[in-house]
Write a protein that binds this ligand. Structure first.
Ligand code: ATP
Ligand code: MG
Length: 561
C-alpha cells in the first residue's frame, strides 16, 4: 500500500473526551472515528487491525473444533421472554417495536437465539457435544460509554456456545476453551491473566475472565503472593472469622458536629478508619436493609446482588423517612434488618454513628445482638488469600474475555432437550465463551505505547514495515530505489506501506511512529550514494545501516522472529 492511496487521518491532538492512551491514540492515528456516544466507525487502518485480531481468534476457534455461524442482531422479544431475560435484563437491553408493533431488541449477547437453534437442530445425544461461535456486532446501551471502543455501546464480540449431554462434557469443553483463549491471547502478544470471576447476569456457577494487565483497567484483580490463586475482586470470597478480641471499652456518645465521612470522623477522633463501622442503607424488592462494614472496606455490589437480589442505594429522602440520620447512622435500633460483614463482625470497641444528629459512639460493641452476617466487601491488598496460601496483591486489568459454565439455565427455560442413550429426553448442558474483539484492539494499545504513539504487537500491526523515502517526489534515484524495495517486499508477501507523500521527513517519521508499525526503513540520496538503507524497529532506539541488497532478507528475518 502507498500512503497516498489510503485514508489515514492522523491528528496532532486528541479529543477532549479521550481520557486514556488507547482512546487518544486510536483517534490520533486515524484508526477510528466517533459517530455518537459509544458508537465508532473503523477507518481502513483500524479495520485492518480489527480483522487481524478476528483472524487469530477464528483460526484458534476452528482449530478447537468449534463451528462458525452468524446470528441476527435484531431479535424478537418472545425468545427473551422465554428465557426470562426480557424482564431481568436492565436498561442495557435496547428494545423497540417494528411497524407491526411487535417487540424486538438489539442483542447484547446471543444465548437465546443459539439455544433456540439448538432446540430445533440438536435432537440426539449422538450429535453432542457441539460448539458454535460467531464474530458479530453486539449492542449494549451502557450507562456510561467511555474510553473509546473499550466500553462502547456497539461493539464486536466473538461469542461461542457449547451444548453437552452432561456436566462432565461441559467441563471438558470449558477447559478446552480456557486453553484456546490462552493460545489466542499469547498469539495477540498480550500480557494477560486468567482469573476466577462472578457470572453476572449471564448466569451459571463457574466462570473465568481473561484480563489484559494495564494501569487504566476498570477491574481490580487479586493475586496471591505465594500461590496461583487469581480472581476478580468481585469474586474473592471471605469466610466468617474467629473472634479473637474481647470488648474492653465503655460505650460513650461523643459530639462530632457536622463531621460525617469515615475519614473525617476517624481523623477527628484520632482513630484508624479500620476501627470505625459504617452503615449503608439499601432498598431491596421487599423493603430496606442496613449493611455494616469496616470503615476502610468497600461494599462489593456483586456480593450484595447475589445475596439479596436487585438493590439500589437508599436516597437521602428514603433514609429520612426511615427515621435515620444520614452521616450518623449506627448499628443498633435501626428498625430495619442489619447485615454485618464478616470483617466488621469481629471488631470490638469500635466507632459508629449514634443515630443522633451530630453524634457518634466510641467504644461500641455488638453486645448480645443476634447478628445476621455475610461476606459483603471487596478484598483489599494484604488480605489473606482465600486458598489459605499467602496474601493478596491487587492489580488493574481490562476484561477482554469471559468463559462460563452455564449449566441448564437457558436449555431448561427454552426446552433444549435431546434424546439420551436410554431413550429418555434430557436437558442439554451449556457453556458460553466471549471475547470482546474491539476491546482487544484498545487493550493491546493500552499495553503497548510510548510518547510517540502506538507500538503494535507484530501479530496485529496494520503493516509489518514502513518505507520512508526522503525526497521521493524530487529525487528520481530515491524514488527508483524505494519503489524497487517496495516491490521486492510485496513479492515476498510482506505487508508494507510506502510513504510516497510530499511531506517533510519529520512528519513521515512521526506518522510511522504514531501508527506503531513495527519495522521502518529510511532511504535518502545519501543512502543511495552509499548503496545502503537505514533500519529501525519501533520498539528500539537503535538505527542500523544495511546494504540495499540485504535489506529485504534482514527485514524478513526480523518479521519472522
Ligand atoms: P464488563 O464487565 O466490562 O461490562 P461484561 O461482563 O458485561 O463486561 P461479557 O458479557 O462477559 O462482558 O461479554 C464478553 C466480552 O465482551 C467482555 O469480556 C468484553 O471483552 C466485551 N465487552 C463487554 N461489554 C463491552 C462494551 N461495552 N464495549 C466493548 N466490549 C465489551
Ligand atoms: Mg457489561
Amino acid at each position: 500500500m502507498k500512503t497516498s492511496q489510503i485514508l489515514i487521518p492522523t491528528q496532532k491532538e486528541a479529543p477532549n473526551d479521550a481520557q486514556i492512551a488507547s482512546h487518544q491514540l486510536m483517534i490520533r492515528a486515524g484508526l477510528i472515528s466517533k459517530l455518537a456516544s459509544g458508537l465508532y466507525s473503523y477507518l481502513p487502518i483500524g479495520l485492518n487491525v480489527l480483522q487481524k485480531v478476528e483472524n487469530i481468534i477464528r483460526e484458534e476457534m476452528n482449530q478447537s473444533g468449534a463451528q462458525e455461524v452468524l446470528m441476527p442482531v435484531v431479535q424478537p422479544a418472545e425468545l427473551w421472554q422465554e428465557s426470562g431475560r426480557w424482564d431481568a435484563y436492565g436498561a442495557e437491553l435496547l428494545r423497540f417495536n417494528d411497524r407491526h408493533n411487535r417487540k424486538f431488541c438489539l442483542s447484547p449477547t446471543h444465548e437465546e437465539v443459539i439455544t433456540d437453534l439448538a432446540s430445533q437442530y440438536l435432537n440426539s445425544y449422538k450429535q453432542l457435544p457441539m460448539n458454535f461461535y460467531q464474530i458479530q456486532t453486539k449492542f449494549r446501551d451502557e450507562i456510561r460509554p467511555r474510553f473509546g471502543v473499550m466500553r462502547s455501546r456497539e461493539f464486536i464480540m466473538k461469542d461461542a456456545y457449547s451444548f453437552h449431554l452432561d456436566a462432565a462434557s461441559m467441563k471438558l469443553e470449558f477447559e478446552k476453551m480456557h486453553a484456546t483463549y490462552c493460545r489466542i491471547f499469547e498469539r495477540l502478544g498480550l500480557n494477560y491473566r486468567a482469573v476466577l470471576a462472578d457470572s453476572g447476569n449471564i448466569g451459571g456457577d463457574n466462570s473465568v475472565e481473561f484480563h489484559v494487565l494495564a494501569e487504566s483497567g476498570e477491574d481490580a484483580i487479586c493475586f496471591s503472593d505465594t500461590s496461583n490463586y487469581a480472581a476478580n475482586i468481585e469474586k474473592v470470597a471471605f469466610s466468617q472469622q474467629e473472634k479473637i478480641n474481647t470488648p474492653s471499652a465503655i460505650e460513650a456518645q461523643v459530639l462530632t458536629k457536622k463531621i460525617t465521612s469515615i475519614k473525617d470522623v476517624a481523623q477527628f477522633l484520632n482513630v484508624e478508619a479500620s476501627q470505625c463501622v459504617k452503615t449503608i442503607i439499601i432498598k431491596v424488592v421487599d423493603g430496606y436493609k442496613a449493611l455494616a462494614l469496616r470503615g476502610d472496606h468497600e461494599l462489593n455490589e456483586a456480593k450484595v446482588q447475589n445475596l439479596l437480589g436487585d438493590f439500589k442505594f437508599a436516597s437521602d429522602a428514603e433514609i429520612k423517612t426511615l427515621g435515620l440520620k444520614k452521616g450518623f447512622i449506627g448499628v443498633k435500633d435501626l428498625n430495619i434488618e442489619l447485615i454485618v460483614d464478616y470483617a466488621a463482625e469481629v471488631m470490638v470497641d469500635f466507632v459508629c454513628g449514634a443515630n443522633e444528629w451530630d453524634y457518634h459512639l466510641t467504644g461500641a460493641n455488638w453486645g448480645n445482638v443476634l447478628l445476621q452476617t455475610a461476606d459483603l466487601r471487596n478484598a483489599v491488598a494484604g488480605d489473606p488469600s482465600p486458598d489459605g496460601k499467602g496474601k493478596l496483591v491487587i492489580k488493574r486489568g481490562i476484561e477482554v474475555g469471559h468463559i462460563f459454565q452455564l449449566g441448564n439455565k437457558y436449555s431448561k427455560a427454552m426446552n433444549a432437550n435431546v434424546i439420551g442413550e436410554s431413550g429418555k429426553s434430557l436437558t442439554m448442558m451449556m457453556g458460553c465463551y466471549g471475547i470482546g474483539i474491539t476491546r482487544v484492539v484498545a487493550a493491546a494499545i493500552e499495553q503497548n505505547y510510548d510518547n510517540r504513539g502506538i507500538i503494535f504487537p507484530s501479530s496485529i500491526a496494520p503493516f509489518a514495515l514502513v518505507i520512508v523515502p526522503i525526497n521521493y517526489s524530487k529525487s528520481i534515484r530515491v524514488k527508483n530505489s524505494a519503489d524497487m524495495l517496495y516491490q521486492q517486499c510485496l513479492d515476498a508477501g510482506i505487508e508494507v506501506l510506502l510513504d510516497d507523500r510530499k511531506e517533510r521527513a519529520g512528519i513521515m517519521f512521526a506518522n510511522s511512529e504514531l501508527l506503531g508499525i513495527p519495522h521502518r526503513i529510511v532511504l535518502s540520496d545519501m543512502h543511495v550514494d552509499n548503496d545502503n538503507v537505514e533500519y529501525k524497529a519501533r520498539n528500539s532506539p537503535e538505527k542500523i545501516t544495511l546494504k540495499f541488497n540485504h535489506a529485504l532478507s534482514f527485514v524478513q528475518n526480523k518479521i519472522n522472529t
